[in-house]
Design a protein around this ligand. Sequence first.
Ligand code: KIV
Ligand code: ZN
Length: 508
Amino acid sequence: MDKVIIFDTTLRDGEQSAGASLNVPDKLKIAKQLDELGVDVIEAGFPASSPSDFEAVRTIAREIRKPVVCALASATDKAIDVAWEAIKEAKHPRIHVFLSASDIHLSYQLKKSREEALETCRVMVARAKSYTDDIEFSPMDASRADPDYLHQVLETVITAGATTVNIADTVGYATPQEFGNLIQGIFSHVSNISEAIVSVHCHDDLGLAVANSIEAITRGARQVECTVNGIGERAGNASLEEVVMVLKTRRDFFHLNTGVDSRQIYKTSRLVSDLTGFPVQPNKAITGANAFRHQSGIHQDGLLKRAITYEIMDPRSVGFPSSSLVLSKLSGKHAFRERLAELGYNLQEDVLDRAFRDFKVLADKRQEITDRDIESLVAEDLRTATEVYHLDHVAVSCGNYSLPTATVRLIGAEGKSVADAALGAGPVDAVYKAINRIVGVPNKLIEFTIRSVTEGIDAIGEVLIRIESDGVTYTGRGADTDILVASAKAYMNALNRLLASRQTGREN
Ligand code: KIV
Ligand code: ZN
């Protein structure tokens, strides 16, 4: 088989990242974008873990028709039954059952003998199989398990009906050669292995998740579990964009394909970053802001002569937006829409109108508008939550001889405008305190990041924040050429998400 199945677990393992918090509409947005990206399997969540996970998986199962929609279940009757309940309306449902296979987990955590665990694996896979044909089984912590026992587990679950067996390097401990040997050993020692797809699931604790996944592919694995931007438990999972682009860029070496449309990669990465509130590090392979920037004079010289001198991938092949001038204040809505379509955004009319209005405001301040600016404006409009309060006005006075003071005016229910003012330790603190005096919901700012979208002193500043209230985290994003306005927008965005989730009585 010359195809590698891309199994995306951004919505399950990715969401296990500390501080990530996605509500059901966010998860559906990401699932739709993963569908556009062309992944084969979307692991939508772990339905038995919380009511909101259940609802997210059920919503995605109803809406997504092309990829397989997978639900995770621990090896218990209840978790498997709930997983099926959540995905039974999917066009292509999969139940993914897991149980630890290493002695470390069996003796210290589960307090089960190997024999007991083996029997549980058999019974639980058979139970899942009674619901649907497509069954995946993961021996958790497989890379630290005794290989002989692991082979026994795999043979048992395949006999019981597993169609995919997923070898997990749960704690990111394996090295590429070791992990490759483990995969090769499975092909030589598990008698019925040809009846299942061998998958791998690698964590990045030692920075080896992508290398381990790729090595496993060279030894015969044909499904890779990965996440957008590599987010996930602890140091995260193998990054989807890196795995896909390794296979695509080095097709001469691997001779393998994926079904992913690589031009959708950048857009997907931005969406996941905006919705989770986790910025992408500038030097991140494939999607970092510097991934295609050439700083050294020698490199720039080579690049101008022939791109191939220093560029192994065309930035457009991953949908990377250009930073050269594309539109100006004279550009009309038609040109704006066309440019968006070229960037892969086909917006609904109301979102397009909002984005075009923002574009005109920006174009009044700046002569040159680049793809990256446009993309930042759209990210703002795509993210807009139900607005309980709208930020109408913000003014700040600060400096080295004055106390930072902010005045804000918000428009609340029935168009009522409310204004207030506050002093703060700094200008952002003053703005946030003034907003809090009006909104009046206790919350704590737990993360605040700011970056400029393009180079130059007049660049758009993009603020990503995370706030916590009653143990639930909410993310916010704001962009503006004025970074205090961007900060205020980000805070309003997070607060509106908090208020909206309380109004609907839904967990975030
Ligand atoms: O890391 C892991 O072992 C997992 C399993 C549930 C596949 O996430
Ligand atoms: Zn995992």
